[in-house]
Design a protein around this ligand. Structure first.
Ligand SMILES: [Zn+2]
Length: 429
């Protein structure tokens, strides 16, 4: 199914390793902030990182262009330019004081894959593209995946009015600074059609500890979690004197919420036991400091709920349970629950054929790997939601992500590059 054994065979392994290590070192040097690395969405250092990648791509004979939102597009033309293209990519921006591998690993792997394929000297049957997508991190403008959303015309004027958290300047101004076509972006004009893209394969460091714990260099992602969130649920009982109010007459909001939390925790354990992928978190929970007291039965508690899952039905099903249990606790304890509007993000399942293909490619190359879902969001979710067949490859990474201690091994990155290059040369069907 592949056009060659491995495209990486055309590049001496030690030179490829040195090229990759040098690239990450360059990126770190140009964006070191004294603690970690900072490359702001649509800022100078994101642009500088992009230009560094572009210069290397051009030096290796690849075509380099910028699209309307100034995503970097590196192209290796295929024998049949009219066929849908095969794309890989990730982002070069970081959170403030972030790590050097989040996003950049996928861009570097994509660049190395294209360079190696180009060195074979035979045009691939399909055009191959590397996208260095801008503005992935929500930390700056409160919106994720800006570059990839713009690809599919999913931004509007209200998005462009979003202010950057530290400067207060709107996204529109940053886009104008870098020469983006702000008018077309605000009108929601797409840059590509989903049918133009045969597959999008994103390589990314794993931002959790699973691959490290399992001693596996690579993971094949089965899907990206979606979520349902309530930011502010209010449980109302009745405030009362802590001494004078007997237990059977109390309508204690804290006890009611505690009961509710434990009921949901029991459901969560049961669902996990049934093999469902789910995460439940109450990250915010509080009585009102203006009126709470050691000697007062609490009359009101505010709290949040976040449910994550790779399965939309599970999210809905678990969300229904939430309402049912709130009803049951209300009856049992004489309280009421006032839910704010739920905010939902759909999960993004990866294309099952491509999950199988990546699995097989890892097996054939003898690379230990596992399948796992991504609990963190990625540009790949935007492609999957747009209807593009989408796949993701995770690289083992120590110490988590969005911090300066991200720890990826260059040898693991090269394994991912090998699988990515082979996957990009895999014939569809
Ligand atoms: Zn990322």
């Amino acid at each position: 199914m592949s056009e060659s054994g491995s495209a990486l065979n055309h590049f001496p392994a030690d030179r490829l390793r040195a090229l990759a290590a040098g690239l990450f070192e360059d990126l770190r040097r140009m964006s070191f902030d004294g603690v970690g690395v900072t490359r702001e969405c649509f800022g100078l250092l994101e642009t500088a990182a992009q230009e560094h990648i572009a210069a290397l791509a051009a030096a290796h004979g690849l075509q380099v262009a910028r699209d309307r939102v100034r995503n970097l597009v590196v192209t290796l033309p295929g024998a049949d330019p009219s066929a849908p293209f095969v794309a890989t990519g990730s982002h070069l921006d970081t959170v403030p004081r972030g790590g050097n591998y989040d996003g950049a690993a996928g861009v570097v792997a994509g660049l190395l894959a294209l360079v190696c394929i180009k060195l074979r000297g035979v045009a691939p049957s399909r055009t191959l593209k590397l996208l260095a997508l801008r503005g992935e991190e929500s930390a700056w403008f409160g919106k994720s995946w800006i570059g990839s959303r713009a690809l599919f015309g999913q931004l509007d004027a209200s998005d462009l009015a979003r202010a950057r958290f530290d400067t207060g300047r709107p996204l529109r101004a940053y886009l104008e600074d870098i020469g983006a076509d702000v008018g077309a972006i605000a009108r929601g004009e797409p840059i590509v059609r989903p049918s133009d893209i045969d597959v999008f394969i994103e390589t990314h460091i794993e931002q959790g500890p699973v691959l490290q714990a399992q001693a596996l260099p690579l993971g094949v992602v089965t899907g990206i979690y979606g979520n349902v969130r309530h930011m502010n649920i209010v449980c109302r009982g009745e405030a009362a004197h802590a001494g004078a109010t007997p237990r059977f007459l109390r309508r204690d909001a804290v006890v009611a919420v505690a009961d509710f939390v434990m009921r949901m925790d029991a459901h969560w354990a049961r669902w996990l036991g049934d093999g469902k992928q789910l995460a439940l978190t109450h990250g915010v929970i509080a009585t009102d400091p203006k009126e709470h007291a050691v000697s007062r039965v609490p009359g009101e508690v505010r709290f949040s709920v976040e449910i994550r899952s790779d399965d939309w039905e599970s999210l809905h099903g678990f969300h229904r349970l939430l309402r049912e249990e709130a009803e049951a606790v209300s009856l049992a304890r004489g309280v009421s629950f006032d839910f704010d509007e739920a905010i939902a993000n759909r999960p993004a399942p990866m294309d099952p054929r491509w999950v199988d293909r990546l699995d097989r490619l890892c097996e054939r190359a003898g690379i230990p790997h596992m399948r796992l879902a991504s609990a963190a969001g990625h540009d790949a979710a935007v492609f999957a939601h747009a209807g593009v067949p989408t796949a993701m490859l995770f690289i083992r990474n120590a110490h988590g992500s969005h911090n300066p201690r991200e720890g990826m091994d260059i040898d693991d990155l090269l394994l991912a590059t090998r699988i990515l290059a082979d996957a990009m040369l895999t014939e569809a069907g």
